[in-house]
Write a protein that binds this ligand. Structure first.
Ligand code: FES
Ligand SMILES: [Fe+2]
Length: 377
């Protein structure tokens, strides 16, 4: 970090190598993504027993599936025999068991070892001990959150607490009934940028006037550069002429019934560290999960959630989806334009944060604190 005196209106960012160095990324994988609660699947995509998805969480592959008893289970996606990756597909459905493609060890949906060639000749094998390794699971807001830590941090404090801290009251998120909304559209973005650039971008609105013409039409106060996240409990108000949170400000979809009067015609954004963004508007919720794949690559899965009858009736949600899809593209393009600069000599000591970005400094301090000692060079 530059220790030379900065003008008092500026704060230093992290140095460039924090966005490019594989050693830094490995520390983040270990001490952030494998240590914290990580939001992975929408529970409804695992509706039936045997439906599964696999995710990279930190350095591990995790298999998430629904068990016969209806509960969601998560395991390390690694065969206990000789370590082959068990499920190689990103998603799919098995009838009653997962079979390793190497020597055919077979595990029930509860993770127990149920069959293996010549298993009867090995009567001393404990089916549970040699079953799949469990990963902690929680369901909240209709999403499946996993934690690879032996002793997970408090979900209530880390995850629910982040939402409450941002909105000012625990009930505020409940008005949107996110559990019971349905996915009207999902778009997956493969972003060639470090995950921290994406978070930093989401936290500030200094760029809004430059790159988000459609968004600043709908939320005129964003043109001033102060993100909604800057103030606790604040939601950005729709422009007077705006009828809905849509790409052209036209009428949106049916309003979520629980949305309170003071939440109506407002946009709230929440960052849940380390990899979730939640955007609330009166008629839908936009839910982003980031999956960091490498120092310079992050997959972002973004869901647009509506009332079930809106999705089931096949109503046209395209103008509604298009607004934030454009915002996503504009943001991710900016992040991809920034990533190469992280390894430039010009950015070796980092850049600066202007006053409306100063809260990003707390994010940098948090990352620094989590990963501890800076790797040696
Ligand atoms: S590695 Fe899976 S059965 Fe041998
Ligand atoms: Fe943006």
């Amino acid at each position: 970090m530059p220790s030379t005196s900065l003008p008092s209106s500026l704060i230093a960012t992290l140095p460039g190598d924090r966005y490019t160095d594989p050693e830094v990324f490995a520390l983040e994988q270990e001490r952030i993504f494998e240590a914290m609660w990580f939001c992975a699947a929408r529970a409804s995509e695992l509706a039936k027993p045997g439906q599964f998805r696999t995710y990279q969480v930190g350095r591990e592959s995790v298999l998430i599936s629904r068990s016969r008893d209806g509960s969601i289970r998560a395991f390390l996606n690694i065969c206990r025999h000789r370590g082959a990756k068990l499920c190689t597909a990103e998603s799919g459905e098995v009838k009653r068991a997962f079979q390793c493609p190497y020597h055919a060890w077979t595990y029930g949906l509860d993770g127990k070892l149920v069959a293996a060639p010549n298993l009867t000749s090995m009567p001393d094998i404990d089916r549970v001990e040699y079953g799949l390794i469990n990963v902690h699971v929680r369901e909240w807001l209709g999403y499946v959150w996993v934690c690879l830590a032996n002793t997970p941090p408090s979900f209530e404090e880390d995850v629910m607490g982040a939402v409450t801290e941002r909105l000012g009251a625990a009930e505020s998120i409940e008005s949107y009934d996110i559990d019971n909304l349905e996915v009207g559209r999902r778009i997956t973005y493969d972003v060639k940028a470090n995950w921290k650039l994406i978070i930093e971008n989401f936290m500030e609105c200094y760029h809004c006037a430059t790159i988000h013409p459609e968004l600043t039409e709908v939320l005129p106060e964003f043109a001033d550069g102060f993100a909604a996240q800057y103030y606790v409990g604040h939601g950005a108000e729709f422009g007077e002429e705006v009828r809905g949170f849509t790409v052209d400000g036209s009428e949106g979809l049916d309003r979520i019934p629980g949305v309170a009067e003071d939440q109506d015609r407002r946009y709230y954004a929440i960052t849940v560290r380390p990899q979730v963004f939640i955007n609330l508007v009166p008629d839908h919720v936009i839910f982003h999960r980031m999956y960091p794949m490498a120092a310079d690559r992050t997959i972002v899965e973004c869901d647009w959630l509506y009332l079930p009858h809106v999705v089931e009736s096949g109503k046209d949600v395209s103008r509604s989806v298009e607004l934030f899809h454009r915002v996503n593209q504009q943001d991710f393009d900016a992040c991809e334009r920034t990533q190469p600069g992280m390894s430039s000599r010009a950015y070796a000591k980092g850049g600066v944060l202007v006053p409306s970005e100063h809260h990003i400094g707390a994010f940098h301090a948090w990352v620094q604190d989590r990963i501890g000692a800076t790797p040696a060079h």
